[in-house]
Ligand binder design. Structure first.
Ligand SMILES: NC(=O)c1ccc[n+]([C@@H]2O[C@H](COP(=O)([O-])OP(=O)(O)OC[C@H]3O[C@@H](n4cnc5c(N)ncnc54)[C@H](OP(=O)(O)O)[C@@H]3O)[C@@H](O)[C@H]2O)c1
Length: 262
């Protein structure tokens, strides 16, 4: 049976960079996101450049019924997935009460529910087949509460804690679970989350998605539990443990407010 790495959010940003980094290593891929045309051209390009098999599936992970259909196809297709990269994610910014509810619901569906369901379905197949590896993408936002991006930060805290817990549970099934916590990265994420991208670019805080992916792939080889690319980001992730929770949430709120135009 041919083995594949399944990557969600592979149409852009960190997910796309992960797809390229894995294809470079000779991995066959299944790419998932909503934009079918983007996925198709990425699949053609990666196949031509690296000679690997690249399948793709357009699926809105925010729609549970579509996700069910996709999972059923995977089950029937008898393709062995030995690496799952849950990278699809969205952000919202601004005052919680002023958010459009459907956008908040989408965030929870994609960042939390779809990720959890994919871990459950594909984790069970991996267990039957004797093992595998899961990489869930959280963020350095996972290490503290984030006023003015409340649901996003909370969703990433969920991903961090869920992944760490699964790592312990799934060890006996030979499934290695890691969580990637990038800091600010140069992708379309900020404009999609309605944040002031220019301020971040000016602050020179951003890493490139390729740097993040390369670091992640090397850390996966070493089966690292929590993967934080960049020394500055490792500091930022450690700082909340040093201050009082009042101070931490106040500072996080001040920073987020500066990047939220509304
Ligand atoms: N950029 C950063 O600074 C940063 C920092 C820390 C963590 N992260 C995390 O990294 C991950 C990737 O983000 P990114 O920065 O690479 O942003 P991005 O370029 O906006 O990528 C997001 C990806 O998720 C997919 N996606 C969004 N909604 C989806 C849905 N409903 N169904 C299926 N796919 C969906 C998008 O594809 P389609 O539009 O084609 O569906 C896209 O491929 C996210 O989980 C994000 O929270 C980002």
């Amino acid at each position: 049976m041919t083995r594949y790495a399944l990557i969600t959010g592979a149409s852009s940003g960190i997910g796309l960079a992960m797809a390229e980094a894995l294809a470079r290593r000779g991995r066959n891929l299944i790419l998932v996101a909503r934009q079918r045309d983007r996925l198709e051209s990425i699949a053609i390009e990666l196949t031509q450049r690296f000679g690997v098999e690249v399948l793709f599936r357009a699926c809105d992970l925010g729609e549970p019924l579509r996700l069910s259909g996709f999972l059923l196809e995977l089950e029937e297709g008898e393709r062995q997935i030995d690496l799952l990269v849950n990278c699809a994610g969205i952000g919202t910014s601004g005052p919680f009460l002023g958010q459009d509810w459907m956008t908040e619901q989408d965030l929870i569906e994609v960042n939390i529910l779809a990720l959890t369901r994919l871990c459950h379905a594909i984790g069970n197949s991996m267990a039957l087949l004797g093992g595998g590896q899961i990489l869930n993408v959280a963020s350095i936002a996972a290490f503290q509460p984030g006023p003015w991006m409340s649901t996003y930060y909370a969703s990433k805290a969920y991903v961090l804690h869920f992944s760490e817990a699964l790592r312990v549970e799934l060890k006996k099934c030979s499934i290695k679970v890691s969580v990637l916590c990038p800091g600010p990265t140069r992708t379309g994420f900020f404009s999609r989350a309605q944040m002031d991208e220019q301020k971040l670019i000016d602050s020179k805080l951003l890493m490139s998605p390729e740097e993040v992916a390369l670091y992640a792939v090397r850390a996966l080889d070493r089966n690292r539990a929590i993967i934080i690319p960049g020394r500055r980001n490792r500091w930022l992730a450690a700082l909340p443990r040093l201050g009082s929770r009042w101070l931490v949430r106040t500072i996080a709120g001040m920073i987020n407010k500066a990047y939220c135009p509304r």
